[in-house]
Design a protein around this ligand. Structure first.
Ligand code: HEC
Length: 144
């Protein structure tokens, strides 16, 4: 979804005062929008580290951090299998992701390539864990 469509969705949301179901689908659209942006920032950080452009990497890390901060308000109610989502674990996963991004911002400030790559790798593991484990089933109740 592009930004125009997203803004339109936000506008129609504000004007139309929609049903509960419409609010749920609006939330899910916003969630996917933020996730798509976070993915783009992830890649920009990766490219920034590779090219020694730490300013660019840090800007993207700042934005990714802010966007992660929006996710708790958009948390889905169910896992992919339709069972109720474990909200506590979901929120913990967001929280630890943000903590790691904060550490990454430090490493980028210090232009520490090795540490930055390590932390980016840790962040990637958290993306994968939430998508493949936490969201998949109610049985995925391990640590975030
Ligand atoms: C705490 C859970 C969680 C974490 C951590 C997380 N995501 Fe997501 N992500 C979601 C949810 C929920 C969705 C939307 C549900 C779905 O369709 O899977 C989603 C969807 C996506 C999508 C698909 C968007 C679309 O258009 O459908 C991408 C891409 C994505 N995430 C990338 C990332 C990246 C990259 C990271 C790590 C930097 C990350 N996510 C971390 C929960 C998470």
């Amino acid at each position: 979804m592009n930004k125009t469509v997203f803004l339109f969705a936000v506008l129609s949301f504000t004007i139309a005062s929609p049903s509960t179901q419409a609010i749920a689908s609006e939330k899910s659209a916003r969630l996917r929008f933020f996730m798509t942006e976070i993915h783009a920032y992830y890649r920009a950080i990766q490219a920034g580290i590779k090219n020694g452009d730490f300013d660019k990497a840090k800007k993207s890390a700042n934005r990714a951090y802010r966007f992660f901060g929006e996710i708790p308000g958009l948390m889905p109610k169910t896992n992919k299998d339709g069972t109720p989502l474990n909200r506590e674990i979901f929120l913990k996963s967001i929280n630890t992701s943000m903590k790691t991004i904060a550490q990454l911002k430090e490493a980028l400030t210090q232009k520490d390539v090795k540490r930055s790559e390590e932390l980016l790798g840790d962040i990637f593991k958290k993306c994968a864990k939430c998508h493949n484990n936490i969201l998949k089933t109610s049985k995925a109740s391990q640590s975030p």
